[in-house]
Design a protein around this ligand. Sequence first.
Ligand SMILES: [Zn+2]
Length: 208
Amino acid sequence: MRPSPASIGDRYGRLVIVDAAPSRGHHRRWVCRCDCGTVKAFDQGNLRAGASKSCGCIKREQNAEGSFSFTHGMTGSPEYRAWSGARTRCYNENADSYADYGGRGIVMCERWTSFEAFYEDMGSRPSAEHSLDRRDVNGNYEPSNCRWATRAEQAQGRRSTVLTWDLINEIRGRHEHGEPRISIAKRLGVRSARVSAVVRNRIWKEAA
Ligand SMILES: [Zn+2]
């Protein structure tokens, strides 16, 4: 029996097909988006055979972490994707979101190097509406700072978080000490427009 053709939306490991790519010779190819955000074309044969499971970020994580367990059988589950997405944001300098996480010094606790430990602490995602959330957005990925929360719950938490004001104070402090806005933005992982707004005391418009 011939396998049915791959199609848009199919998932292979961390890769999800988003578009058809021009074929190379007689190799059918697909544009895939990796869970880490990278978009790249892959041979259909390699996707099917399990030879292509990520943009290369799995290997990078393995190299970075030394050991990595594939024994849990949950690769591809929402919990696994939440965990690996968070690791990517903290440790993959090539990821778009790195600047807001790893670039700001946000890390994942030692214990969560293992997905099993993460899953043991966090449990199953309660519903498809829930995603991994940090109570303190300037804090690390660790049991005391993480929860599964809906978008609405996350938005609420963000509005009332005291640490947002800590960040604002830090921006003001650095500005008063003469640090250039660009440098502040880069150091703290904040958009420079936002730094300017803070400096001009217009932040309440955004923080409200
Ligand atoms: Zn990737």
